[in-house]
Write a protein that binds this ligand. Structure first.
Ligand code: BTN
Length: 246
């Protein structure tokens, strides 16, 4: 990954640019990276705060041989890869909150936005949008994020080299995508579960049209989160937001 890198001082969203490049036929592993995003976007149409020079704001175009139903697995591949990269560069080990938030001390340090270009039965490309809070100090977050977000610098107490972290992230993204393509989801699932803070906890999952509560008991071969409800039935959460319950 990263043979082809498009670098921007400032842009609306690396995700928009990556979509255009993917449509024009960009190769597997093409990277779009920006110092600043003016309209960075998160999951569920939320804004993503993307201050200049403070974080890693990048989108990676991948072309895995998967069906659209398997797409959630790529999100989990990315979550594991970025966790490993942060661990290698900083010595800090983030925890993964399903499906793809990386937390340190229960605060969000990284978000991943997975978007598809696909026909009904064939994925053309998966755009992995990766936002890593690297060198913000606490007062550089908008007020509403101060209690829920953190950066690697805040947690480590020193500035981190973003270029090194980008290179290491791309290395692990490529390595784990290959592992996944060669050996299926099982090895990724094991890694994901070992970094997860979600399994074994009581969860409320909010989906588009329903809310379900239960004990998180694992993830399925498709990458869905399995909840055991109080009446014993198992519910698979395909996508949505979760919160921890007492
Ligand atoms: C989330 O947790 O809601 C996902 C956040 C994803 C943010 C990244 S930053 C690079 C890429 N471009 C965007 O506009 N969003 C993603």
């Amino acid at each position: 990954f990263g043979q082809e890198i498009r670098y921007f001082e400032s842009c609306d969203s690396t995700q928009f640019i990556a979509h255009e490049l993917a449509q024009e036929g960009a190769q597997d592993g093409t990277v779009v990276v920006a110092e600043e995003q003016l309209t960075g976007k998160g999951r569920m149409a939320r804004p993503w705060d993307s201050k200049a020079y403070k974080g890693i704001w990048m989108s990676v175009i991948t072309r895995p041989h998967l069906t659209p139903q398997q797409a959630p697995q790529m999100t989990l591949v990315a979550a594991v890869a970025i966790t490993r990269a942060i661990e290698e560069v900083t010595g800090l080990t983030p925890q993964i909150k399903w499906p793809n938030d990386l937390l340190i001390n229960e605060k969000k340090v990284t978000g991943i936005l997975t978007e598809l270009q696909a026909d009904p039965d064939l994925i053309k490309s998966i755009i992995l949008g990766i936002g890593i809070n690297v060198n913000q100090s606490i007062d550089e977050f908008p007020e509403e994020l101060m209690s829920i977000a953190t950066s690697l610098k805040i947690e480590l107490g020193k500035t981190i080299n973003r270029a090194e972290l980008i290179a290491t992230t791309l290395k692990y993204l490529e390595e784990y995508t290959k592992l996944y393509e060669a050996h299926g989801f099982s090895p990724i699932k094991l890694l994901w579960e070992s970094y997860s803070n979600t399994i074994g906890r009581r969860i409320r999952a909010t989906m588009v049209n329903q809310t379900v509560e239960g004990l998180a008991i694992g993830i399925t071969e498709e990458g869905m989160l399995e909840l055991k409800q109080d009446d014993g039935t198992i519910f698979g959460v395909y996508s949505g937001d979760i919160e921890f319950r007492k």
